[in-house]
Design a protein around this ligand. Structure first.
Ligand code: TMP
Length: 237
């Protein structure tokens, strides 16, 4: 498999074509962004850490029967992935109140949410990724009903699997964001699972171990990501 030209450059990752039309190379850069991409900085090692964490977490999900796009870890910063036809949706699961939910409803940060909250956001940078629901999806033909119900089922399974995985490592899975696409007519998990797209708190101290460190202008982002990797047994070198 040969890496070819750039297909798409996102805020923190770049996708490259390969000589196999069904496969892409997903490269994690050292960039971090906030405020809809208005704030962008680089953190040495972040691309490598997130690539390895994403590969590790998605491999575990695969073992539990969740279809994911990952194929092969090919370098510290890159993974070969299936080329998906992405749905223009971000699926957020919340086990505790944090972030935009706290702002919107004035809840106490950390409030347990049982059952977890499931939210959908339309991927549309110009409209700042507005929240949508099943009715919007149907009326605006954003996604077919069958794929959306599969996404809900997979998201629920992923939350159960990852909540357990992190809890065993003394981490609370507060919330996270997933993106799905179609590969050979099957719904498959794409994009990434890393501390950029997941809120993780230390189970004892409630210390934040994720991108909120950057969003809230605190120090120690890379140390926190490395700590998550070390707890999960992911070798960074
Ligand atoms: P929120 O509280 O800002 O809505 O974020 C909920 C979760 O989704 C949190 O773990 C961060 C993640 N997320 C992303 O990965 N990308 C995004 O663009 C947004 C808005 C949230």
């Amino acid at each position: 498999m040969k890496k070819k030209d750039e297909l798409y450059r996102g805020k923190t990752k770049t996708l490259y074509r390969t000589d196999n039309p069904q496969l892409l190379v997903l490269e994690f850069r050292d960039d971090i962004s906030a405020l809809d991409g208005k704030r962008v900085e680089q953190f040495n090692r972040k691309g490598m850490i997130n690539n390895k964490l994403n590969y590790f977490i998605m491999s575990i999900l695969q073992k539990f029967g969740i279809p994911t796009q990952i194929e092969e870890l090919i370098s510290p910063n890159a993974t070969v992935v299936k080329k998906l036809k992405m749905f223009p949706l971000e699926c957020v699961v919340r086990n505790r109140a944090a972030g935009s939910l706290v702002k919107r409803l004035g809840l106490d940060e950390g409030l347990p949410l049982n059952p977890p909250i499931f939210e959908l956001f339309l991927k549309d940078d110009l409209q700042h990724d507005p929240m949508v629901n099943t009715s919007y999806c149907k009326a605006l033909k954003i996604i077919d009903t069958d794929s959306l119900s599969q996404i809900r089922r997979l998201t629920h399974q992923i939350n159960q699997c990852l909540s357990h995985l992190f809890f065993e490592k003394d981490l609370i899975l507060v919330d996270f964001k997933l993106e799905f696409g179609l590969f050979q007519n099957k719904v498959v998990l794409g994009d990434e699972l890393s501390p950029d797209s997941t809120r993780l708190w230390d189970r004892v101290t409630f210390r934040k171990m994720d991108k909120d460190i950057y969003r809230q202008n605190q120090l120690g982002l890379i140390e926190a990501y490395e700590n998550v990797a070390s707890r999960l047994g992911v070798r960074l070198d």
